[in-house]
Design a protein around this ligand. Structure first.
Ligand SMILES: Cc1cc2nc3c(=O)[nH]c(=O)nc-3n(C[C@H](O)[C@H](O)[C@H](O)COP(=O)(O)O)c2cc1C
Length: 199
């Protein structure tokens, strides 16, 4: 066999082996579930911006669902869960609370703590400037802490939020940017944890 042909064959073999091993080592995507309750569309707009932020981080996969449509498979296959709620009477809405209650009633998370070490975060929309958005996010984070999840913030101190009524003209660019920043931060933290735990 002539020299150039041998070199070509050797290159082809090495390239193939390299691409096989690369294919084997490619990590599975880091899955981020973004789930929300929304009646008049505000929290849904924030949820969509959170998803945009998740998508900025390579190697991640975002899933957007209303809280009532989340299945056990969605929940348990996710590396991170970001929950959004409208403020109802200075707290999370009943639908979002029912979603968390169903983690036990429908999905049986306890006593094994099946959500343990998944990343969790919150976002909220409220009609008034100071009428419960932070409490809403904190109660969402409290439910996650009770499940031994790793909670993170982003966008704001407790998550991302927007004011939608009264003097506010509705969700503005800054609030959507905060939602995007939250999605990005959660995706980044979930990626770090997933890489560290697969070592
Ligand atoms: C039953 C009910 C209670 C509410 N309570 C509050 C409240 O306590 N504080 C507040 O800022 N907004 C309150 N709001 C306003 C909503 O939080 C606000 O309009 C929110 O952006 C609605 O979200 P959505 O468009 O995703 O449904 C309330 C709305 C409803 C329907």
């Amino acid at each position: 066999m002539n020299k150039p042909l041998v070199s070509l064959l050797a290159f082809a073999i090495i390239f193939n082996i390299a691409s096989w091993s690369w294919a084997e080592e490619a990590p599975p995507p880091v899955k981020v579930l973004v789930t929300y309750h929304s009646v008049s569309g505000n929290t849904e707009r924030m949820a969509e911006a959170v998803v945009e932020g998740v998508k900025l981080v390579s190697g991640t996969q975002a899933m957007l669902k209303r809280v009532g449509q989340v299945t056990a498979e969605d929940l348990f296959s996710s590396d991170a869960v970001i929950v959004g709620s409208p403020v109802y009477w200075s707290n999370m809405s009943g639908e979002v609370k029912t979603f968390f209650d169903n983690w036990q009633f429908k999905f049986g998370v306890f006593p094994e703590f099946k959500m343990k070490n998944k990343v969790g975060a919150a976002f909220a929309t409220g009609g008034q400037i100071s009428s419960g958005k932070e409490i809403t996010m904190l109660t969402i984070l409290a439910a996650m802490l009770g499940n031994q999840m790793i909670v993170v913030s982003g966008g704001g101190a407790f998550g991302a939020s927007a004011t939608t009524e009264g003097d506010s003209p509705g969700i503005d660019k800054k609030e959507l940017a905060d939602a995007k920043a939250l999605g990005r931060r959660v995706a980044e933290v979930a990626t770090l944890i997933s890489r560290a735990s697969s070592r």
